[in-house]
Each structure stands twice: as structure tokens, then as C-alpha cells.
Design a protein around this ligand. Sequence first.
Ligand SMILES: [Fe+2]
Ligand SMILES: [Fe+2]
Length: 471
Amino acid sequence: MTAIDYSSRIPNNVNLDGDRRLQRALENWQPRFDDWWMEMGPEGFQQSEVYLRTAVDVGKEGWAHFGHVKMPDYRWGIFLSHADDDRKIGFGDLKGESVWQEVPGEFRTDLRRLIVVQGDTEPASVEQQRHLGATAPSLYDLRNLFQVNVEEGRHLWAMVYLLHGYFGRDGRDEADAMLERRSGDPDQPRILGAFNEETPDWLSFYMFTYFTDRDGKYQLGALRESAFDPLSRTCDFMLKEEAHHMFVGASGIGRVVQRTSELMNDNNTDDVEPHGGINLTTLQRYINFHYSVSLDLFGSERSTNAANYFAAGLKGRFAEDAFEDDHVLMGHEGTYTTVADGVFVNETMTARALVNQDLRKGYSDDCEKGLRRWNRVLADHGIEFEFTLPHHGFHRDVGAFADHHVSPDGAILSDDEWEAGIDQWLPSAAERAHVGSLMVPQLEAGKMAAWIAPPSSGINTRPVEFDYVRV
Ligand SMILES: [Fe+2]
Ligand SMILES: [Fe+2]
């Protein structure tokens, strides 16, 4: 494994200099990525200096460098975690065999599909968030937005490297298509539904980074288990960057909860809208929305594709080692919940067909942690209210509940009951408009918009009032 080479046009630790064909192909893709960034990346601020971290190593310690750079000068590169020369396949039919350094012909189509679907989400989220700079609640938040954006751009590079490096001509075509699809475009949409939704305001941004980037964490974690070693090492390093994105979400929502609590207590009211805040009930409805659309990203609970990927060693479960079974799951069974004749029923089926459900359950448990933290903020303020995650059947477009209505507390509903309850459970247009009305920029160093509390500390030991973006 080479160290990261920053003298090349494309920073990398994959010895790109030693593969001229691949290097040329990627150098040919690079200006098109730059064009995409200028067209679809953050609107405005492209000439502002932003306090960004850049990967300079992939080891455990000190992997990032912080400094002010203009976003178009960010060094997007290709970084894989260190190789483990003895790494063995950890699950499926080939468990115990050596991992692959090349793509086996019989799995080429499936692996390419997995990489394309993951890769497509990366530029999609940049596109979804491109208008947010205009309404940033602080320079600190503005910087975090841009940090997330440049790293999602780098994640696209990570996937495009695999496509170019291992999939020949069709890989190059897929890499080109990544720059042609557009989030929300009716003719050329991004592949997954949630990545065609708008991120219209900062509350949605925090919710997205909390719930949807966390889906990314679980998908990347499952791909990190892959027998295709370059994919595994790519995802391993992406996960390191991803942690910050989820921090932005968890702390962002926590700061809104903090501010709302203060406004409630100062004004002795549950309704803080007249005081420029966001009500707890609104926050709960945003949670319901973003959690449920993120659950759809896990696919159907029972899935033949997922079973095949697992059998072949292409995609495992998150932290596969932590599962206390044989990791082969041949002849094992599991249950999943669906709806029949208006009631929940548990069906038994092969455990392999349920690996999406395993992934989704781990995700839900992980989501709960944030809610516990936000509930502690409420308790600290003496407020009797608890955020909860809705039932996993609530507001689903994919999987066992797609054709049914389930309330957040898990009751199966008729169409009429659903219609009658929907404004209680999902953000209403008026509520979204109120949140939108709060989105006024606050770009004075150290100052915060009125609807959100300041962070408890700054970035990389810098103070909160640091000039994170030089506008
Ligand atoms: Fe990402
Ligand atoms: Fe992310």
C-alpha cells in the first residue's frame, strides 16, 4: 500500500501512476466531474474559503488535514483503507476462501449494480442540498454543509474508481451516467426514491444527515464485508468520513431541541412558533418522515437479490462478525412481519432472504440512540415529551407494508383513517412553510439563527466563533 500521493492530478493511494490507462481514463472523467460540481454543487460560495478537512492518510490516527480552501480547489481523490493480505471471505457459500482482487465474471453484473446504486446516492445528496448555503444558520453550519458536500463528491470518486478500474467499458459508461442523472429530474432521476426528494430547509438537512446518511453507513458497512476486496477497502475509508455527516445531523437536531426547550421554558408555552422556534410536534413529524423514507432504502425485508448477494459473498450484514451465527445461514430460518387480511402476521422463511431486514433492524437500533440523546435534552429542561421512532410499517413505499397504511404506533388503518391522521403524523404544508420562514441566513462569525442553539464546541478545536467560511 502506497501513501497518499498528492503530486498527481488525482490524489490517490492506489498507485495510479503505475496504471497509465486507468489514469488517463480517470483524468478524462475529472474535468466532467468539475463541470458537474460547478453546475450542480453548492450554489454560491464557490469562491469563498472554507475551513475543510482533506484526507491525507488512511491510517487510524491523524488522517485529516484542516485548512481554508475554495471548494473547487478541494483535492478529490481515491483513497482505500490498507489491505489485509490474509483477508478471507467472512460469510456466504465461499466463507473462508481468500477474498478477490479482481471481479469474478459470474458476479460482474451484480457487483457493478451494487456499486452503481451506492455511487449514485453520493452526487444525488449534493444536488439535493445545493440551495442550502443561502440560508445557513451560522458560518459553523455552512462549513459543515460544505464539508459534507465535498466528501459526498469524494465518495462519488471512490465508486467511479472501482467502475473504471474493474469494469472496463461498461464501468466507464456507468461512471459517465453518474454525472448525467439529476436528483428530482423527471427524465433522468437518481436511482433511489429518497434521493430525488428536495432538501428544502436546514431542519430537513439535519434530518437527512441523521437518518439518510445513516442508511449510507449501514449500506457501506454491508459492502465493507464484500469478498471483492477493493470494494471492501473503499467502503471502509468512506465510513470514516461518513461519521462526521451523521454527527452534523445528530448535533444539529440536538441543538434545535435545545433551543425549542429554552423557548418553551422562557415563554411558558408548548407553542414556540410565535417566538421564532420549531415546535416539538413538528420535530416529531420530521423524524417520522425522514425515518420512514430512509427505511425504504433498505429494500424489501424479504429479498431474493439480497439472499443471492449474501450467498455469493458480495454484500454481507453490517458488522458481520458480530452476528452470533455461522455466517453461512444455510438451512437457517427467520421470521418477518407482513399484513394479511388486515392483521399483522409473522411469516417464516430462509434467513438468507431476510438479510435486508437484519440490516434494517441494526439501523433502527442505531437511530434510537439519537432519540435518547434528544430526549435527555428535554428531560434536562423539565419538559415532559419524548421523541419516538414510528413503527417500521409506517409510511412505507417499499417492502411488506407498501400496500398498507400503518400508524406511527403500529395500528393498521383504513384509507379513511390514514387520510384523517396524516397531518398529525407527517409535516403539513403549513408546518413546512413555517420552518421555511425561519430560514434566514446568519453569516456573522459566532452568531446563530434564532431557531437553533450554538454547538457545544467548534471544529478541530477551533472556537465556535471562528471564521469557518470567509464569505
Ligand atoms: Fe457518502
Ligand atoms: Fe454522507
